[in-house]
Design a protein around this ligand. Structure first.
Ligand code: DX5
Ligand code: ZN
Length: 225
């Protein structure tokens, strides 16, 4: 899949944790190919979600490509466990602390034969990720301050960075995906699409409504241009 093809990614954080197996089935719609998994350490962000054991359990119970978003410090320390658990993409934050460095962590993800992503928070300038763009397969521009689902889309702070990333990518012949995460609904996803995004993480908007086949179609249709 190239970096222009739009794709909707359900975020498991918004699923019913008491019924993960059936929630995984609910995410298997014709439109969905990737599942987004939010790992939070209660330190880099002010919330705790789940770790490698959950990724491994999901891997065994879902055919979807697993997109793992690490909102943790020392991702390099924990990296091998997430690779072993079955991640297809691992995204790390440019703002986090590392025992080694962002660069060497991205290189280790690539060396494991999987996709490497880099993430920047709403208040982090685009310039912070520029030194790493030649190393990555995916750039995630956070559209909320990470930690919790159900927050409003931060259009003003984030859309200019998406456009800057798209322009940089085209000017330098790079191919990384542009992902948005946080507050993505049928009304906000097209805004991000217009500014260059092709991967749309949908938590509350996907798992919230009961009629998932229709919800999935509507979300995919909102970015099909
Ligand atoms: C935010 C997480 C998101 C979250 C999005 O901290 O990284 O992936 O699940 O949730 P919604 O779509 O509800 O804003
Ligand atoms: Zn996320």
């Amino acid at each position: 899949m190239d970096c222009h093809t739009p794709l909707v990614l359900p975020s498991l954080l918004a699923a019913d944790f008491a019924n993960i197996a059936s929630e995984l089935k609910r995410a298997e719609t014709p439109e969905v190919k990737w599942l987004h998994l939010d790992v939070m350490d209660g330190n880099f962000v002010d919330n705790i979600s789940f770790g490698p054991a959950m990724i491994e359990a999901v891997r065994k119970n879902s055919p979807l490509f697993l997109d793992v978003h690490l909102m943790i410090h020392r991702a390099d320390h924990y990296l091998d466990r997430f690779i072993k658990a079955g991640a297809g993409n691992i995204s790390i934050h440019v703002e986090a602390n590392y025992d080694t460095s962002v660069e060497s962590t991205l290189k280790r993800i690539k060396a494991a034969g999987i996709s490497a992503g880099l993430v920047l928070n709403p208040h982090t300038p685009f310039e912070a990720v520029v030194p790493y763009l030649h190393l990555i397969d995916l750039l995630l521009v956070m559209t909320v301050v990470p930690g919790f689902g159900g927050q409003p889309f931060m259009e003003k702070e984030t859309m200019p960075k998406l456009t800057a990333a798209r322009d940089y990518r085209e000017a330098h012949g790079l191919k990384f995906h542009l992902q948005v995460d946080g507050g993505i609904y049928v009304n906000t996803a097209p805004i991000a699409r217009k500014h260059g995004a092709n991967l749309f993480v949908c938590g509350t908007s996907f798992f919230g409504p009961k009629n998932t086949p229709q919800t999935s179609k509507d979300l995919a249709a909102s970015v099909a241009f």
